[in-house]
Design a protein around this ligand. Structure first.
Ligand code: NAG
Ligand code: NAG
Ligand code: NAG
Ligand code: NAG
Ligand code: NAG
Ligand code: NAG
Length: 717
């Protein structure tokens, strides 16, 4: 009795008159106490003198009971307070992309009506409590990008209404429970990638007949064979099994049939089509990496950071015949409005009022509210299956919005295998390059997002910066900095219809060579994932105001694949996944006859081993870079006409060197007046020859190439 009185007094004291706030309000204030830092003041109107919390930021009520707590992306720092579990009518919790840490409190699962729990992108740790199984109404569980460890929460299979299960990018271990496939009958989206799950893939997984999009089990420790029943998944499902420890033959049925090798790489024990290493018949299912005949030594995964995406990108891209249809330099057609009118109308209806709550991005003073509909925050959790309509900025400097983009004038810059590129000039004069990717691919937003945001993090003066992107079902746009001086291919060779062609001087060439090398060193060694560009060629090197190079189109093939790709790209992908025999024959013949190995311009920049190797290697880029150097020294296209036959540039130079031809025969005639630079030119030629060495191991690392060029330039000064 005494205690009770004391408690009541305490409440009255600390909350002023009356203590009129209801229980749910107090529960939420407890939650707020767990937050130690709220730099944006997102909880500042959570006022204890209100009667109910229903007007507070981030809170939605129904019949005066709290049904949703949604405060995404607000830099909230602190613990996730258990008091949320006391909100008996709570349906939706969305606290994604904050800075919450500590464990997931068991008490949270007291809110048994919970339908969605979205906590991705925090720093939560510890295990996922088994009490999660109590949430029988749960439809969306997204705990990805945290630090959860411990074993797979087996009780999840009691959440029979679960539609989305995303546990990716944690440190979870253990095996998936038996019954996983038969219990979660409603499951539509499954992402378990980048954890440490082990054990075998449950055989009943193939019973998950509602799955859509990508089923991602990649980057785990799953072992054993791939159950044939997995082929029973809906045919449109893409099953990503890369970088596990799976072994044995790949079943060829249903959803597993006619897949390319990209879904299976990084599992040294897998064999049979579509991979190149055959299953040895006497020891079915067990073959150690060293016994695989056709794979190069450095094939087994080793470095999971060199993501599977790179290989997919490289394969998709490298095969495509790039037809650079340059439609005049600047055709002044103001067609953006027309072009985007479709996405415009699709965007508007859901935009109203969104940014009043503060989830649009800050866009300066201009108050265009009709068309803002950026983040998927609320819609994602409150109503299922809402389409994504985002113009998503990738850095804080982005001060334009979709609306401004739509009103801008645009010029077609070029058209390649991967969509059309426009130059877009905004009202305030800001100029951007906008690339339209294909249509379709609506299922894979998250994948696209992950990829594009990783690319968006790259910041280097010699890499073209991706500033923002836009995603909807029908339209996918990538928004880059606009680089003013065209591309290197045009700068070396000119182009038809060009009125005045100013050949590059040797010092400018050297500057460009160094800049490209510097950008590649960054990609290879200092970027977050130690990337491989995979499609380096002069048309992908853009030149800035002072002829400083900017490497572009990095990661584009991968993005286009996820986005559904253009028809060209898809056919190229298919070409990349042709039966392996054909490719082996082709490369075999190219090894025999040493005259010409590339069949079209684009493939001349590819290292010879690209056709044979599954895992992309930085040495591919070194080769491509070497060809670019040769092109800049000789002024010749990568395919050289010798008499009536064609020869690739690399072999042509080798021939010239063998025949001890004078430098003047090889050199770009435009460089003839700079004969005094001969020593430097020969030094660069030597570097180039090292880069195009037929054996990847013998090629130098980009870092060494850059150092050598640097020394050269210094000695010249
Ligand atoms: C809370 O609301 C009361 C009355 O509505 C007001 O006087 C007080 O300043 C508010 N407190 C905060 C922190 O906003
Ligand atoms: C996983 O755990 C290891 C150590 O056990 C730690 O180094 C690593 O950062 C953790 N990764 C994540 C994503 O939590
Ligand atoms: C999970 O990580 C914490 C530290 O963050 C550690 O104390 C605990 O032992 C880990 N649990 C498991 C099961 O690995
Ligand atoms: C999975 O890993 C855990 C340790 O993380 C180990 O105890 C367990 O035996 C493994 N299970 C299988 C099937 O390999
Ligand atoms: C799972 O699917 C298989 C065939 O795909 C079927 O034979 C089996 O009965 C299913 N199991 C359950 C529990 O539905
Ligand atoms: C992979 O599986 C094999 C057996 O198939 C096992 O011997 C090996 O230890 C596993 N490797 C890892 C990293 O789990």
């Amino acid at each position: 009795m005494f205690l009770l009185v004391f408690f009541v007094l305490l409440l009255c004291n600390s909350h002023g008159l009356g203590g009129s706030l209801n229980d749910e309000g107090y529960a939420l204030l407890s939650f707020r106490h767990g937050i130690t830092d709220d730099p944006e003041g997102s909880l500042s109107n959570w006022n204890s003198s209100d009667e109910s919390p229903c007007s507070w930021n981030g809170i939605t009520c129904k019949q005066q009971r709290v049904v949703s707590v949604s405060i995404p992306k607000k830099k909230l720092y602190g613990l996730l307070h258990p008091a949320l579990g006391a909100l008996s009518q709570l349906r939706h919790v969305n606290l994604r992309n904050n800075k919450l840490f500590g464990s997931l409190p068991v008490e949270l699962f007291g809110a048994q009506g919970l339908q969605s729990l979205v906590l991705y992108g925090n720093s939560l740790s510890g295990s996922v409590p088994s009490e999660i199984g109590k949430l029988t109404y749960l439809q969306t569980l997204d705990l990805s990008q945290n630090f959860f460890n411990g074993s797979f929460p087996s009780s999840i299979i009691q959440c029979k209404r679960l539609k989305t299960l995303d546990l990716s990018q944690n440190n979870l271990t253990g095996s998936l429970p038996e019954g996983f496939g038969t219990a979660l009958v409603s499951l539509e989206k499954l992402d378990l990638s980048f954890n440490k799950f082990n054990g075998s893939i449950p055989r009943d997984m193939g019973n998950l007949s509602s799955l859509q999009g990508t089923v991602d089990l990649s980057h785990n420790l799953f072992s054993g064979s791939i159950p044939a029943s997995l082929g029973n998944l809906p045919e449109k499902v893409y099953i990503d099994l890369t970088y596990n420890n799976l072994s044995g033959p790949i079943p060829q049925n249903g959803a597993l049939m006619n897949r390319g090798p990209t879904a299976f790489i990084g599992n040294p024990g897998l064999c049979g089509p579509p991979l190149k290493n055959p299953c040895s018949s006497d020891t079915p299912g067990v073959s150690s990496p060293s016994s695989i005949p056709f794979l190069p030594d450095n094939y087994p995964p080793g470095n999971p950071d060199d993501s599977a995406g790179n290989s997919e990108k490289a394969r998709g891209l490298s095969k495509r015949a790039v037809i650079a249809i340059v439609v005049g330099d600047v055709i002044g057609i103001c067609l953006v409005g027309l072009l985007f009118s479709y996405c415009y109308t699709r965007v508007c209806p859901c935009g109203k009022g969104k940014d009043e709550n503060g989830y649009g991005f800050e866009k300066g003073s201009k108050g265009r509210k009709e068309c803002l509909c950026f983040r998927k925050d609320e819609s994602e959790t409150l109503s299922e299956n809402v389409e994504q309509h985002d113009l998503v900025p990738l850095d804080t400097q982005v001060a334009f919005d979709l609306d401004e983009l739509l009103k801008a004038s645009a010029f077609v810059l070029g058209k390649s295998g991967i969509g059309i590129v426009y130059k877009v000039v905004l009202e305030d004069g800001l100029t951007l390059a906008v690339r339209r990717l294909g249509e379709g691919g609506s299922q894979r937003f998250k994948e696209f997002q992950t990829e594009v945001e990783a690319i968006g993090k790259l910041r280097h003066p010699n890499i073209v910066t991706l500033r923002a992107y836009y995603w909807s079902v029908d339209e996918k746009l990538l928004i880059y900095d606009f680089i003013t001086n065209g591309n290197l291919a045009t700068a070396i060779h000119g182009k038809p219809g060009m009125v005045s062609f100013t050949p590059l001087s040797w010092s400018v060439r050297l500057k460009i060579m160094r800049g490209i090398a510097k950008g590649l060193v960054y990609l290879h060694e200092f970027s977050p994932k130690k990337y491989v560009h995979g499609d380096l060629k002069p048309s992908n090197v853009l030149l800035g105001q002072n002829m400083e190079p900017h490497v572009s189109d990095f990661g584009l093939g991968r993005l286009a694949n996820i986005a559904g790709g253009s028809p060209t790209l898809q056919s190229n992908r298919m070409a990349a996944e042709k039966p392996p025999q054909e490719r082996q024959q082709k490369s075999a013949t190219s090894e025999v006859s040493t005259t010409s190995s590339c069949t079209n311009m684009a493939s001349c920049y590819q290292a010879p081993e690209v056709l044979k190797m599954v895992k992309p290697s930085q040495k591919w880029d070194v080769y491509s870079y070497g060809v670019i150097l040769l092109e800049m020294i000789t002024g010749r296209l990568p395919v050289v006409l010798v008499g009536a036959s064609e020869m690739d540039l690399v072999h042509w130079i080798q021939l010239c060197i063998e025949e001890k031809k004078p430098l003047s025969d090889v050199l770009d005639p435009y460089l003839a007046p700079e004969a005094d630079k001969e020593e430097q030119i020969i030094a660069v030629l030597k570097i180039a020859m090292a880069c195009v060495h037929s054996s990847p191991e013998r090629r130098p690392a980009m870092r060494h190439v850059y150092d050598a060029l640097d020394r050269l330039a210094m000695s010249a000064d």
